[in-house]
Write a protein that binds this ligand. Structure first.
Ligand code: AMP
Length: 491
């Protein structure tokens, strides 16, 4: 393990790093920092969670420290380093980290992204900042409004470049790069080196040093992965049961669609779980609030879509659930990378339904492991069954969530399920609805009322026997929670 003392950071930066509690450099830091310090271009393959923000921010700050000054004149604080990211959340997180690393210096930093009022951003830009973190669209707005000039930029970082291209930011990037001085250092980070990324690099980078750490198909060995055969209608019940069984205190729950995300969050809230949804239709303010609430422990379950969750700087999430198997095997790796970080043990649980066989096969190929499908014995005596067998008429749900209908189920999945049992929760009779719309989910998302602080909601609801809505999640036995709290079974 390399120590930060090997790279002779300026005292103001070393102090900030020490305060962050970093003991040694991560592999990407050990490789990238010395290179960036020499001013060479870098093409880095590293996922979020590897410490890549510090890998580029620290040397970049070190190089521009020579410009630090206490003048109040905006002219003395031109943008020297520009960091571009695909999403608002990522931009916000990187900006927060940069601020922490620069806190003992006089280097100013700011972040601009869409979905927020331009005015406060404009004021900050006009005061002058040395490090600007931005999403491409909003940065162009500010350039066009002449709120910022980029002719003194010495460093540009294209972070999560593959995602920026996926989102269609290439024209914006090309425009932004055309405003920058030719003489500069360019750092490009991407999870993969696709042909498009290589093309981007060959156009804008000069003799880059290539640095590769964790390949995107590598999953941390500290993450225990489980795959359960669960029919769509049983997934919610399975989620609650596995949370209790494993004593999980906080988790990310991934779903494949925005509608599914809102739907699940609403439904879990009705069950008394402290839940927030994070998806593309949420306002920026709502998303940041959801993130903060999760970080502070006010929220126990963050229900997210892939785009909304990409790169969230939340460490040590005890568990990740794939409520839906992702369509893209790489997303599986990204999702479960949220847990088991930095050597901590993590749990990744995926619910596999009858239509997931192709996606599951892709995941097996990606993680180079044959997946063992497990079945769940529900506490109430029913195991999960294929949807067809329980007379579910709500087939509209799949198509409404943009999921492919039909498809062949895995053979062992079919065999492992009883087809004779009645629906497990509530023994409801299923009647075909004339119109495939659930008006409940047309209502705007509302957060649940404030609940008992500190304890995960499934623990507090387990203690609150009067909450009949949480009856489904009462534990049958004592379950030790990860964070030294204990669920007490109602007597
Ligand atoms: P990143 O990949 O940059 O998003 O970083 C993921 C997380 O790792 C952030 O919360 C950082 O604060 C943290 N981190 C970065 N470098 C180190 C380090 N050398 N030691 C411990 N944690 C780190």
């Amino acid at each position: 393990m390399s120590s930060f003392s090997n790279i002779q950071l300026a005292p103001v930066l070393a102090r900030a790093v020490a305060e962050m509690g970093y003991e040694s450099m991560t592999p990407i830091q050990a490789q990238a920092i010395p290179v960036v310090l020499t001013g060479q271009d870098v093409m880095g393959a590293a996922q979020t969670g590897t410490g890549k923000t510090a890998a580029f921010s620290l040397p970049l700050l070190q190089r521009i420290l020579k410009h630090e000054n206490s003048s109040t004149s905006p002219a003395r604080h031109p943008v020297r380093a520009l960091v571009l990211l695909p999403t608002r959340e990522l931009a916000d997180q990187v900006a927060q980290q940069v601020k922490l690393y620069a806190k003992y210096s006089q280097i100013r930093s700011a972040v601009v992204f869409g979905g927020m009022d331009m005015k406060p951003q404009t004021l900050e830009l006009k005061r002058g900042v040395e490090v600007l973190v931005a999403t491409p669209g909003r940065l162009l707005d500010h350039i066009e409004a002449k709120n910022v000039v980029l002719n003194q930029v010495e460093y540009v970082v294209l972070d999560e470049a593959d995602r920026m291209l996926d989102i269609g930011f290439l024209p914006d990037l090309q425009r932004i790069l055309s405003f920058l001085p030719k003489q500069r250092t360019t750092l490009l980070f991407s999870a993969t080196f696709s042909p498009e990324i290589k093309r981007l690099a060959s156009t804008y980078l000069q003799n880059p040093v290539t640095i590769e750490v964790a390949r995107p198909n590598e999953t941390a060995s500290t993450v225990k992965q489980h795959f359960y055969s669960v029919v769509d209608d049983d997934k919610r019940r399975a989620l609650k049961q596995l949370i209790l069984k494993n004593g999980i205190t906080q988790a990310f729950v991934f779903v494949n669609s925005k509608l599914g995300c809102a739907r699940l969050a609403r439904s879990l809230e009705r069950d008394g779980l402290k839940t927030s949804a994070l998806h593309g239709d949420k306002s920026q303010d709502e998303r940041l609030k959801a993130l903060e609430a999760f970080k502070s422990g006010e929220v126990d379950l963050l229900i997210c879509t892939d785009v909304a969750a990409r790169g969230l700087d939340i460490k040590d999430v005890p568990a990740v659930f794939n409520f839906d198997v992702p369509y893209n095997a790489e997303d599986y790796v990204h999702r479960i990378g949220r847990t088991g970080r930095a050597g901590a043990s993590g749990l990744a649980i995926s619910f596999v339904s009858a239509t997931d066989s192709k996606n599951l096969a892709d995941i097996e190929k990606m993680i180079k492991t044959k997946v063992e499908l497990e079945t769940i014995e529900f506490n109430d005596g029913f195991s999960s069954r294929p949807r067809e067998s329980i007379g579910d008429s709500r087939g509209y749900r799949d198509s409404a969530e943009g999921r492919p209908r039909g498809g062949s189920s895995r053979e062992n999945f079919e065999r492992s399920h009883s087809s004779s049992s009645a629906p497990a929760w509530g023994q409801r009779s299923y009647e075909r609805k004339a119109v495939p719309v659930d008006p409940f989910f047309d209502k705007p998302y509302e957060p649940s009322p404030a609940q008992e602080e500190q304890l995960p909601s499934w623990e507090s609801t387990a203690k609150t026997t009067s909450r009949s809505i949480s009856a489904n999640i009462k534990p049958k036995r004592k379950v030790a929670a990860l964070f030294k709290t204990e669920i007490v079974s109602p007597s």
